[in-house]
Design a protein around this ligand. Structure first.
Ligand SMILES: [Zn+2]
Length: 322
């Protein structure tokens, strides 16, 4: 029996149910928040707002969200634990480092940052989060997360990716990599993880739905990767129709079991002015159930394929390596 760690404790994979594979609760710039907390405002009000939004999501039938908020995105597990206690939803959290370029200064002159023969300190920190718990909360991460964006494998991005691979080997934990499919960074991920001996089946390539290049995505699915079709509602990068058409085309080609669905949204992100959200009226937790699933069905996607994307594939990925 494969157990999957959630904020409220381990659950059997069968209990995960319909799962959105990539949702944040909050994305925050931690040291800005500590010093200029004005826009954030009242902590209790933010928690209440998250409880309300996640409770509404649970009413669609979603049972689990996978939250890849790691260091670099303002991960703060005590706040997530407070929210998880109050919502009829399982929250799965991650460990890792989110950067497109350089490692945080903390790591710059430690371990491999100091000398290539020294051990990589990130590995032990990631393993501790996965096996003992995060920052004394007792909440264990269930997967590893890092990013390769359009700048590709900078030395530090590659350093984090290889540390994630090593922590995978210690723990068996699945891996999620933020990618930039327009520049085909999935292939860079593939090269490094092949060298590190990490099987593609444990790896989700996030943001795969940002491209309409079905041939490229089919190639990654054939290699065994799970594709995160995970930014529904973020219509500045790809339109609603483009995102839906790409998922439908991959279903038509037989790859429903290689995809997970999600929005990559949050209750609050401090990366833009609050008014910027007005440009993205459908970038919220309910968009998939309200708009995307009906549009997929109109395009011939079957309930069996929807169940594969919402239930079976997220479960298989979260159980991978256990
Ligand atoms: Zn994200």
């Amino acid at each position: 029996m494969a157990l999957v760690q959630t904020v409220r404790g381990p659950v059997d994979g069968a209990e995960l149910g319909p799962t959105l594979v990539h949702e944040h609760v909050f994305v925050l710039t931690a040291d800005v928040q500590q010093n200029w907390p004005g826009e954030w405002g009242d902590e209790d009000a933010r928690v209440d707002d998250a409880v309300a939004k996640l409770t509404a999501l649970a009413q669609t039938g979603v049972r689990t969200i996978v939250d890849p908020t790691v260091v670099g995105l303002g991960r703060f597990i005590p706040r997530i634990a407070r929210i998880a206690e109050r919502v009829p939803l399982q929250i799965v959290v991650a460990t890792g480092i989110y950067t497109y370029g350089d490692v945080p200064f903390f790591f710059r002159s430690r371990g491999r940052g100091l000398h290539p023969d020294l051990p990589e300190p990130m590995v032990d920190l990631f393993v501790q989060d996965l096996t003992e718990g995060i920052a004394g909360t007792g909440v264990r991460a269930a997967f590893l997360k890092c990013a390769v964006d359009e700048h590709g494998l900078t030395p530090d991005v590659e350093r984090v990716l290889r540390a994630v691979a090593q922590a995978h080997h210690v723990t068996g934990a699945p891996v999620m990599v933020h990618t930039h499919p327009a520049t085909r960074q999935g292939l860079a991920v593939r090269r490094v993880l092949d060298e590190e001996g990490v099987p593609a089946g444990v790896v989700m390539l996030a943001h795969s739905g940002d491209t309409q290049d079905a041939d490229h995505l089919a190639q990654l699915a054939e290699a065994g990767f799970v594709l995160g079709m995970d930014r529904f509602g973020l219509e500045t990068v790809a339109s609603f129709e483009q995102r839906v058409d790409t998922v439908a085309e991959l279903c038509r080609r037989g790859y429903a079991a290689s995809m997970g669905l999600s929005h990559d949204t949050a209750c609050y992100v401090d990366w833009a002015e609050p008014a910027a959200r007005d440009w993205l009226p459908r970038w919220h937790y309910l968009h998939i159930h309200q708009d995307v699933l009906p549009a997929l069905r109109e395009r011939g996607v079957t309930q069996e394929q929807i169940d594969a994307m919402l239930v079976d594939t997220p479960r298989r990925w979260l159980e991978a390596g256990r």
